[in-house]
Write a protein that binds this ligand. Structure first.
Ligand SMILES: Cc1ncc(COP(=O)(O)O)c(C=O)c1O
Length: 407
């Protein structure tokens, strides 16, 4: 049985709503989210109230981190992180180019300069610690990591580099809620997003936890938390709820802040989604293992992250096509079979805006560019059935056989 596909408002060129047999991603919503939203609407308190506080508290407990702030998006969280960590004109921040544009733009909003480091290779698509080291200058202020597809970066080594050079670390954890890695400083494992100075999460519709738009900023550092609390809401000293409850009659504005608040409706959905997260991640894991088993011996493609650090959130299933395979043709063949695929990501430094601003050209990041040319991401979401995976695999095999690459 194929599920009704879900339409997303951006990123995927789309057939009409009902034409995909297997969409790329799916929002896993049931009666619980409906009831939670309905309760908020009945309460008539729609923003920055007790539901948002509850969401923040539960998220903080889940990650075992001291402070969590619900924000309007991961982009907002990344921007706030750069602001409170003091990024300004002339500061360099190192990040990967195999990521969504928001990772790098957050630095640019603050007047900082983005410095891209290459990925590790075609087996590990995360930022290379060796290239981070090569890119450090006297102007480097910090590093933004992306745990690509839910797979942890090499945190022990990266944290060591950061410590040695006195750099901040922001974890763009958009893909990795519920994933973990070893925590050398404290021993044992820690949730991704809690190892660096600040962790930024996304609840955009295709993510492991979805609220429509939405995000969370987490930190263990009180002085950063104090700043984020105010900057999220115009730099004001008192929040709407405090004023309503009579705890504060007036307020001051102490810094240039933003409206990066999350509303109660989305927070209510977030609480339900958080409750389902580990179960959903476990379902993703089984599906990835099934894909791997089925695709292992297929000639013409490879699957990165056979080995990885800690526990993954299995957000994406990337495959790499051999040089002989024409990507557009391959994706169109799957599309004709009703299968929606995507590319995560085109190399960021080769977008016009980055070429024009920084003068980047082909050859700047050879590993990122090689992977970005041959990468395809396959459908992956908790309610995807094993038979649907088999269907995707059969279409991949058919294509490669048709082209004489696999027999
Ligand atoms: C790695 C990464 N960082 C940041 C973002 C931005 O998230 P949001 O859409 O919540 O602003 C995304 C979203 O696609 C992402 O994939």
């Amino acid at each position: 049985m194929f599920r009704q596909p879900i339409f997303f408002k951006r990123k995927w060129e789309s057939l009409t709503l009902s034409e995909w047999k297997i969409p790329f991603a799916s929002v896993e919503i049931d009666d619980k989210e409906h009831a939670a939203v309905s309760n908020v609407l009945t309460s008539k308190w729609l923003t920055m109230g007790e539901v948002t506080q509850q969401f923040e508290q539960q998220f903080a407990e889940f990650l075992n981190v001291k402070y969590a702030f619900a924000v309007s998006s991961c982009t907002a969280a990344l921007h706030l992180a750069n602001v409170v960590l003091g990024v300004g004109a002339g500061d360099e921040v190192i990040c990967p180019a195999l990521t969504f544009v928001a990772t790098a733009n957050a630095v640019r909003y603050c007047g900082g300069k983005v410095v891209f480091a290459d990925i590790t290779g075609d087996k590990d698509l995360n930022i290379s610690q060796a290239d981070i080291s090569r890119k450090i200058t006297s102007r480097t202020k910090g590093i933004i990591l992306v745990h690509y597809g839910g797979y942890a970066c090499n945190m022990p080594e990266i944290m060591q580099i950061a410590k040695k050079h006195n750099l901040f670390v922001i974890e763009d954890t958009a893909h990795a809620p519920g994933a973990s890695a070893s925590n050398v400083a404290a021993g044992g494992e820690a949730m991704l997003g809690t190892l660096g100075d600040v962790g930024c999460f996304s609840f955009f519709s295709n993510k492991n936890m979805a609220t429509g738009e939405g995000g969370m900023l987490v930190t263990k550092r009180q002085e950063l938390a104090d700043k984020v609390r105010r900057l999220r809401s115009h730099g004001m000293t008192a929040l709407t709820l405090e004023r309503y409850q009579g705890h504060a009659h007036s307020y001051d504005v102490t810094a240039l802040g933003y409206n990066y608040r999350l509303d109660e409706i989305r927070s209510a959905i977030g609480i339900v989604q958080l409750g389902k997260l580990l179960q959903h991640n476990a379902a993703r894991k089984k599906l990835v293992e099934h894909y791997r088993r089925k695709l292992e011996r297929v000639v013409g493609i490879s699957i990165p992250f056979k080995k990885f650090y800690g526990k993954s959130a299995y957000h994406l299933l990337p495959i790499l096509l051999d040089q002989k395979v024409k990507r557009d043709d391959f994706m169109n063949y799957l599309k004709a079979g009703g299968i929606q695929t995507s590319v995560h990501y085109p190399a960021l430094h080769l977008f016009s805006d980055f070429r024009n601003t920084y003068g980047f050209r082909e050859g700047h990041l050879t590993k990122t560019e090689a992977v970005a040319r041959m990468l395809v991401t396959l459908p992956l979401y908790p309610s995807l059935a094993f038979e649907q995976v088999d269907y995707v695999v059969s279409k991949i095999e058919d294509y490669l056989k048709l082209k004489g690459i696999y027999s």
